[in-house]
Design a protein around this ligand. Sequence first.
Ligand code: DGL
Length: 261
Amino acid sequence: MIGVFDSGLGGLSVLAAIARALPRADLVYLADTAHVPYGDKDDAFIRGRVLAIAGHLLERGCTLIVVACNTATAAAIAAFREACPGVPVVGVEPGIKPAAAASPARHIAVLATESTARSERLARLVRLHADGVRVDIAPCPGWATRVETLHLDGPEFIAEARRRIEPLLAAGADRIVLGCTHYAFLAPVLRPIVAGRAELVDVADAVARQCLRLAGPAAHGNGHLTLLATARPERLQAALPALGLHALLPRIATPAAPCAC
Ligand code: DGL
Protein backbone atom coordinates (compact mmCIF):
# COMPACT_ATOMS: atom_id res chain seq x y z
CA MET A 1 0.00 0.00 0.00
CA ILE A 2 1.24 3.47 -0.86
CA GLY A 3 0.42 6.35 1.49
CA VAL A 4 0.14 9.82 -0.04
CA PHE A 5 -0.56 12.97 1.96
CA ASP A 6 -0.85 16.74 1.77
CA SER A 7 -2.34 19.56 3.83
CA GLY A 8 -5.52 19.21 1.80
CA LEU A 9 -6.61 18.77 -1.81
CA GLY A 10 -3.37 19.79 -3.55
CA GLY A 11 -1.70 16.40 -3.29
CA LEU A 12 -4.57 14.91 -5.28
CA SER A 13 -2.76 16.25 -8.37
CA VAL A 14 0.16 13.97 -7.45
CA LEU A 15 -2.12 11.11 -6.43
CA ALA A 16 -3.77 11.20 -9.87
CA ALA A 17 -0.37 10.82 -11.55
CA ILE A 18 0.58 7.96 -9.20
CA ALA A 19 -2.75 6.24 -9.90
CA ARG A 20 -2.06 6.45 -13.64
CA ALA A 21 1.47 5.08 -13.27
CA LEU A 22 0.51 2.33 -10.80
CA PRO A 23 -2.99 1.18 -11.81
CA ARG A 24 -2.98 -1.86 -9.50
CA ALA A 25 -1.45 -0.26 -6.40
CA ASP A 26 -3.60 0.18 -3.31
CA LEU A 27 -3.42 3.85 -2.39
CA VAL A 28 -4.28 5.75 0.78
CA TYR A 29 -4.66 9.52 0.48
CA LEU A 30 -4.68 11.54 3.71
CA ALA A 31 -5.64 15.22 3.63
CA ASP A 32 -4.71 17.17 6.77
CA THR A 33 -7.72 19.42 6.32
CA ALA A 34 -7.87 20.26 10.05
CA HIS A 35 -4.60 22.14 9.59
CA VAL A 36 -4.67 23.42 6.00
CA PRO A 37 -2.94 25.58 4.80
CA TYR A 38 0.62 24.63 5.79
CA GLY A 39 2.12 27.50 3.78
CA ASP A 40 1.70 30.10 6.52
CA LYS A 41 2.77 27.81 9.41
CA ASP A 42 6.22 27.55 10.96
CA ASP A 43 8.58 24.64 10.29
CA ALA A 44 8.23 23.06 13.74
CA PHE A 45 4.45 22.82 13.36
CA ILE A 46 4.73 21.30 9.87
CA ARG A 47 7.35 18.80 11.08
CA GLY A 48 4.99 17.69 13.88
CA ARG A 49 2.17 17.13 11.40
CA VAL A 50 4.39 15.23 8.93
CA LEU A 51 5.71 12.88 11.61
CA ALA A 52 2.20 12.22 12.99
CA ILE A 53 0.65 11.60 9.56
CA ALA A 54 3.47 9.47 8.21
CA GLY A 55 3.44 7.45 11.46
CA HIS A 56 -0.29 6.87 10.99
CA LEU A 57 0.16 5.76 7.37
CA LEU A 58 2.91 3.34 8.39
CA GLU A 59 0.64 1.89 11.12
CA ARG A 60 -2.03 1.33 8.47
CA GLY A 61 0.47 -0.80 6.54
CA CYS A 62 1.83 1.61 3.95
CA THR A 63 5.27 0.60 2.73
CA LEU A 64 5.99 3.71 0.66
CA ILE A 65 5.20 7.24 1.84
CA VAL A 66 4.68 10.12 -0.60
CA VAL A 67 4.84 13.64 0.82
CA ALA A 68 2.65 15.20 -1.91
CA CYS A 69 3.37 18.71 -0.68
CA ASN A 70 6.29 21.00 -1.47
CA THR A 71 5.86 22.86 1.82
CA ALA A 72 5.96 19.70 3.95
CA THR A 73 8.86 18.27 1.94
CA ALA A 74 10.90 21.45 2.42
CA ALA A 75 10.15 21.71 6.13
CA ALA A 76 10.11 18.10 7.23
CA ILE A 77 11.33 15.35 4.89
CA ALA A 78 14.79 15.40 6.49
CA ALA A 79 13.21 15.00 9.94
CA PHE A 80 11.07 12.13 8.64
CA ARG A 81 14.10 10.34 7.18
CA GLU A 82 15.91 10.75 10.50
CA ALA A 83 12.92 9.48 12.51
CA CYS A 84 12.16 6.55 10.17
CA PRO A 85 15.43 5.45 8.59
CA GLY A 86 14.94 2.79 5.96
CA VAL A 87 11.31 3.71 5.19
CA PRO A 88 11.04 4.59 1.49
CA VAL A 89 9.75 8.15 1.13
CA VAL A 90 9.23 10.32 -1.93
CA GLY A 91 8.93 14.08 -1.56
CA VAL A 92 7.79 16.78 -3.97
CA GLU A 93 10.09 19.67 -4.74
CA PRO A 94 9.65 22.53 -7.20
CA GLY A 95 10.85 21.53 -10.70
CA ILE A 96 13.86 23.86 -10.70
CA LYS A 97 16.02 21.29 -12.49
CA PRO A 98 13.72 20.55 -15.46
CA ALA A 99 12.74 24.20 -15.76
CA ALA A 100 16.33 25.45 -15.76
CA ALA A 101 17.38 22.78 -18.25
CA ALA A 102 14.55 23.70 -20.63
CA SER A 103 14.80 27.50 -20.39
CA PRO A 104 16.26 29.10 -23.53
CA ALA A 105 16.21 32.50 -21.77
CA ARG A 106 18.09 31.08 -18.75
CA HIS A 107 15.42 32.72 -16.64
CA ILE A 108 12.74 30.87 -14.67
CA ALA A 109 10.25 31.74 -11.95
CA VAL A 110 8.76 29.69 -9.10
CA LEU A 111 5.26 30.13 -7.66
CA ALA A 112 5.18 28.72 -4.12
CA THR A 113 3.72 29.05 -0.64
CA GLU A 114 5.35 31.55 1.71
CA SER A 115 6.96 28.71 3.67
CA THR A 116 8.48 27.03 0.58
CA ALA A 117 9.56 30.39 -0.85
CA ARG A 118 11.71 31.18 2.19
CA SER A 119 12.99 27.60 2.72
CA GLU A 120 16.64 26.66 2.77
CA ARG A 121 15.73 23.56 0.74
CA LEU A 122 14.50 25.68 -2.19
CA ALA A 123 17.62 27.85 -1.97
CA ARG A 124 19.71 24.67 -2.11
CA LEU A 125 17.77 23.35 -5.14
CA VAL A 126 18.48 26.61 -6.94
CA ARG A 127 22.19 26.43 -6.05
CA LEU A 128 22.37 22.81 -7.25
CA HIS A 129 20.34 22.95 -10.44
CA ALA A 130 20.14 26.52 -11.71
CA ASP A 131 23.72 27.59 -11.98
CA GLY A 132 23.82 30.60 -14.32
CA VAL A 133 20.03 30.73 -14.51
CA ARG A 134 18.05 33.62 -13.01
CA VAL A 135 15.40 32.27 -10.64
CA ASP A 136 12.63 34.58 -9.42
CA ILE A 137 10.66 33.26 -6.45
CA ALA A 138 7.09 34.49 -6.09
CA PRO A 139 5.15 33.60 -2.92
CA CYS A 140 1.41 33.27 -3.58
CA PRO A 141 -0.42 33.63 -0.25
CA GLY A 142 -4.02 32.45 -0.33
CA TRP A 143 -3.80 30.40 -3.52
CA ALA A 144 -3.86 27.01 -1.76
CA THR A 145 -6.88 28.11 0.28
CA ARG A 146 -8.59 29.13 -2.96
CA VAL A 147 -8.19 25.55 -4.21
CA GLU A 148 -9.45 24.16 -0.89
CA THR A 149 -12.66 26.18 -1.30
CA LEU A 150 -12.88 25.12 -4.98
CA HIS A 151 -12.77 28.73 -6.14
CA LEU A 152 -10.58 27.77 -9.05
CA ASP A 153 -11.33 30.66 -11.37
CA GLY A 154 -13.42 33.81 -11.56
CA PRO A 155 -12.50 37.34 -12.69
CA GLU A 156 -11.04 38.38 -9.35
CA PHE A 157 -8.55 35.46 -9.28
CA ILE A 158 -7.68 35.87 -12.95
CA ALA A 159 -6.79 39.51 -12.21
CA GLU A 160 -4.74 38.50 -9.16
CA ALA A 161 -2.90 35.79 -11.09
CA ARG A 162 -2.10 38.30 -13.84
CA ARG A 163 -0.74 40.78 -11.26
CA ARG A 164 1.52 38.06 -9.84
CA ILE A 165 2.72 36.55 -13.14
CA GLU A 166 2.92 39.47 -15.59
CA PRO A 167 5.98 41.05 -13.90
CA LEU A 168 7.78 37.68 -14.07
CA LEU A 169 7.02 37.35 -17.79
CA ALA A 170 7.88 41.00 -18.46
CA ALA A 171 11.27 40.41 -16.82
CA GLY A 172 11.86 37.52 -19.24
CA ALA A 173 11.05 34.29 -17.37
CA ASP A 174 10.13 31.56 -19.88
CA ARG A 175 9.41 28.70 -17.46
CA ILE A 176 6.97 29.12 -14.56
CA VAL A 177 7.38 26.36 -11.97
CA LEU A 178 4.28 25.32 -10.02
CA GLY A 179 5.98 25.01 -6.63
CA CYS A 180 2.88 23.94 -4.72
CA THR A 181 0.81 20.86 -5.54
CA HIS A 182 -2.42 22.86 -5.15
CA TYR A 183 -1.45 25.12 -8.06
CA ALA A 184 -1.85 22.30 -10.63
CA PHE A 185 -5.60 22.87 -10.20
CA LEU A 186 -5.15 26.55 -11.07
CA ALA A 187 -3.39 25.70 -14.36
CA PRO A 188 -6.53 26.35 -16.46
CA VAL A 189 -6.31 30.01 -15.30
CA LEU A 190 -2.52 30.26 -15.35
CA ARG A 191 -1.89 28.65 -18.76
CA PRO A 192 -3.67 31.31 -20.86
CA ILE A 193 -1.79 34.04 -18.97
CA VAL A 194 1.62 32.59 -19.88
CA ALA A 195 0.64 31.29 -23.34
CA GLY A 196 3.16 32.11 -26.07
CA ARG A 197 5.65 33.52 -23.57
CA ALA A 198 6.35 30.75 -21.06
CA GLU A 199 5.48 27.20 -20.10
CA LEU A 200 4.21 25.88 -16.78
CA VAL A 201 6.38 23.22 -15.13
CA ASP A 202 4.78 20.62 -12.85
CA VAL A 203 6.56 17.56 -11.41
CA ALA A 204 3.63 15.24 -10.65
CA ASP A 205 4.51 12.76 -13.43
CA ALA A 206 8.18 12.70 -12.37
CA VAL A 207 7.10 11.96 -8.78
CA ALA A 208 4.89 9.14 -10.06
CA ARG A 209 7.82 7.65 -11.99
CA GLN A 210 9.91 7.71 -8.79
CA CYS A 211 7.06 5.92 -6.96
CA LEU A 212 7.01 3.28 -9.69
CA ARG A 213 10.76 2.71 -9.14
CA LEU A 214 10.40 2.38 -5.34
CA ALA A 215 7.01 0.66 -5.00
CA GLY A 216 8.18 -2.98 -5.11
CA PRO A 217 5.31 -5.32 -4.11
CA ALA A 218 3.10 -2.27 -3.31
CA ALA A 219 2.62 -1.89 -7.07
CA HIS A 220 0.60 -5.12 -7.17
CA GLY A 221 -2.64 -4.77 -5.18
CA ASN A 222 -6.31 -4.40 -6.01
CA GLY A 223 -6.13 -0.84 -7.29
CA HIS A 224 -8.21 0.46 -4.36
CA LEU A 225 -8.11 4.04 -3.10
CA THR A 226 -8.87 4.93 0.54
CA LEU A 227 -9.55 8.61 1.30
CA LEU A 228 -8.91 9.98 4.80
CA ALA A 229 -9.09 13.51 6.16
CA THR A 230 -8.46 15.07 9.55
CA ALA A 231 -11.55 17.25 9.04
CA ARG A 232 -14.65 17.02 6.83
CA PRO A 233 -13.72 13.86 4.87
CA GLU A 234 -16.92 14.07 2.81
CA ARG A 235 -15.60 17.28 1.19
CA LEU A 236 -12.48 15.43 0.02
CA GLN A 237 -14.46 12.84 -1.92
CA ALA A 238 -16.92 15.43 -3.25
CA ALA A 239 -14.01 17.55 -4.55
CA LEU A 240 -12.76 14.89 -6.99
CA PRO A 241 -15.19 15.67 -9.85
CA ALA A 242 -14.80 19.43 -9.28
CA LEU A 243 -11.04 19.00 -9.71
CA GLY A 244 -11.44 16.93 -12.89
CA LEU A 245 -10.36 13.72 -11.16
CA HIS A 246 -13.27 11.50 -12.23
CA ALA A 247 -10.77 8.76 -13.12
CA LEU A 248 -10.08 8.19 -9.41
CA LEU A 249 -13.72 7.57 -8.47
CA PRO A 250 -13.95 3.88 -9.53
CA ARG A 251 -10.97 3.07 -7.29
CA ILE A 252 -12.78 4.21 -4.12
CA ALA A 253 -14.15 1.16 -2.30
CA THR A 254 -15.47 2.83 0.90
CA PRO A 255 -16.59 6.41 1.63
CA ALA A 256 -13.95 8.90 2.74
CA ALA A 257 -13.34 8.55 6.49
CA PRO A 258 -12.20 10.81 9.32
CA CYS A 259 -8.72 10.29 10.70
CA ALA A 260 -7.62 11.51 14.11
CA CYS A 261 -3.88 11.56 13.67
N1 DGL B 1 0.09 21.64 -1.38
C1 DGL B 1 1.09 22.14 -0.55
C2 DGL B 1 2.39 22.43 -1.27
O1 DGL B 1 2.70 21.78 -2.23
C3 DGL B 1 0.76 23.03 0.61
C4 DGL B 1 -0.14 24.18 0.43
C5 DGL B 1 -0.53 24.73 1.79
O2 DGL B 1 -1.08 23.98 2.59
O3 DGL B 1 -0.24 25.92 2.04
O4 DGL B 1 3.16 23.27 -0.86
